[in-house]
Design a protein around this ligand. Structure first.
Ligand code: FAD
Length: 441
């Protein structure tokens, strides 16, 4: 690994060593004749085992592994930083999207190829070391959750890779209870390659352009020339770089759209207190596109500094996703997650009512304190921001930005639709697939 001085040029400059960026850097540097520079704003220190422990989320204010973003309604919006990006701080839930979530993707995204790229990550022996939580690992509340729902909806066998409308045991990217990050899976083994230079503690401020041609990136006072720039800075980080470079929305250059899975929490007071475990081990996907999330314990157990408010079951609206915006103000980004529309609010209300009934049912009688079920009035965020530069209207099917030469995006920004599962596995699948095609060129 080369840390430190930036080279003057590289054939490919990749911005962001997160979930997608690690995959792209590894694939493109397999060819020793291609020089690849990977630039990451976070620290050159690799996340320690304490950071990667799934029994915590290292995103508390001041964490060196997370960047908070201002949100007008006061929601805490964070993204990961450092090697692994958000894969180093996330919940470790690694579910594919449903096979029919890809129906409206651009030509070139065939379901058999999508399946093979997912399998690279999540099949037995796959790069992300994915396995379902075992029965013996489940939190008490999760065991009750599964027992309640298994009498009502279809149940996916935990080893089946594709989720279903019904009960889905979470599959997790992990080595024991350590998150398996994209950096561990892809970057570590590529560190010795002489054609791969990695510069950490270096933030890309913008793109250098000559008309419609991107010629490099700007880092502090330095310009690094690039044959091609690949933005892997995440849906918010990439949006910020584009906005700073005059490449924002098609009608308003100062704004980019972003989508989010908004979530309502149904709290209760628990009568049991089991050993700490991963945050989310089982979910139900409903026919009306909600994800009901059984959190293992109070969020305060996972994030330092949060006041304890009791455990919760989450109800998240997965498709089509709430529309928000990213815009620059005073040099920094404002991430406005927007408001849920009437139809989405009604759907969330139905899900919340279902969850309240569940918590008051006999299955939960000895773990939920009577009279303690309460709905959080705030519609929160899943920290899933995606879709600011969707494939189709804004990029081609390989992330090449429409109307600009020498610029590609490979990260959560280019997801063109919403899925019924979280985005992590799918963003990495997209990176594998695109990087495969690019590496063969
Ligand atoms: C707290 C949290 C929990 C989550 N839990 C889950 C979950 O359990 N399951 C799930 O499916 N999804 C989850 N997600 C979402 C998922 O982790 C992300 O969608 C995914 O990791 C994003 O991948 P990415 O490659 O698009 O961006 P990231 O992984 O965020 O990578 C972007 C990288 O670019 C770097 N960067 C940004 N700007 C610059 C710049 N200007 N210069 C240089 N470097 C830059 C960042 O530091 C970062 O390392 C969670 C997200 C968070 C934040």
């Amino acid at each position: 690994m080369t840390l430190g001085d930036l080279p003057a040029t590289a054939d490919v400059v990749i911005v962001g060593a997160g979930s997608a960026g690690c995959v792209v850097a590894e694939r493109l540097s397999r060819n020793p004749d291609r020089t690849v520079l990977l630039i990451e704003r976070g620290s050159s220190e690799w996340p320690t085992e304490a950071v990667r422990d799934l029994r915590g989320l290292p995103i508390a204010l001041g964490s060196p592994y997370a960047v908070p973003h201002e949100e007008p309604s006061g929601l805490a919006v964070v993204r990961g930083r450092g090697f692994g990006g958000s894969s180093s701080v996330n919940g470790g839930y690694f579910l594919r999207w449903h096979a029919d979530d890809f129906a409206d993707w651009p030509a070139g995204w065939r379901i058999d190829e999508i399946g093979s790229s997912y399998a690279e990550l999540d099949a037995r022996g796959g790069t992300m070391s994915v396995s379902p939580f075992a029965d013996g690992e489940l939190a008490e509340v999760t065991a009750r959750f599964e027992s309640y729902w298994s009498g009502i909806v279809p149940v996916r066998p935990p080893d089946d890779a594709w989720p279903i409308v019904g009960l889905n045991r979470v599959r997790s990217n992990r080595d024991g209870m350590m998150r398996r990050t994209a950096a561990e899976a892809y970057l570590r083994d590529a560190l010795g390659r002489t054609n791969l230079t990695i510069c950490a503690d270096a933030e890309v401020a913008g793109l250098r352009r000559s008309g419609a041609q991107v010629t490099g990136v700007v880092v502090g006072d330095t310009v690094v020339g690039a044959g091609e720039v690949v933005l892997c800075a995440g849906a918010i980080g990439t949006a910020v770089i584009l906005l700073r470079s005059g490449l924002g929305g098609p009608t308003d250059r100062d704004v980019l759209a972003v989508r989010e899975h908004r979530e309502v929490l149904v709290h209760y007071r628990s009568r049991v207190d089991g050993p700490p475990t991963a945050l989310l081990q089982s979910v139900v996907h409903t026919a009306d596109d909600l994800e009901i999330r059984c959190y293992s314990s109070d969020m305060a157990r996972y994030i330092k500094g949060l006041p304890p408010v009791g455990p919760a079951i989450g109800v998240a609206a997965m498709r089509p996703g709430t529309r928000g915006t990213v815009r620059m103000a005073g040099g920094g980004p404002i991430v406005d997650l927007g408001v849920v529309d009437v139809a989405e609010a009604a759907r969330l209300d139905r899900g919340v009512a279902t969850v309240a009934d569940m918590l008051r049912s006999p299955v939960f009688a000895d773990i939920v304190e009577p009279g303690s079920v309460a709905v959080d009035p705030v519609v929160r965020t899943s920290q899933h921001a995606w879709g600011s530069m969707p494939m189709g209207p804004r990029t081609d099917e390989l992330g090449a930005v429409v109307g600009v030469r020498g610029l590609r995006i490979v990260d959560g920004s280019i997801l063109p639709t919403a899925g019924r599962s979280g985005p992590h596995a799918t963003i990495m699948m997209v990176a594998c697939r695109i990087a495969d095609v690019l590496a063969g060129r």
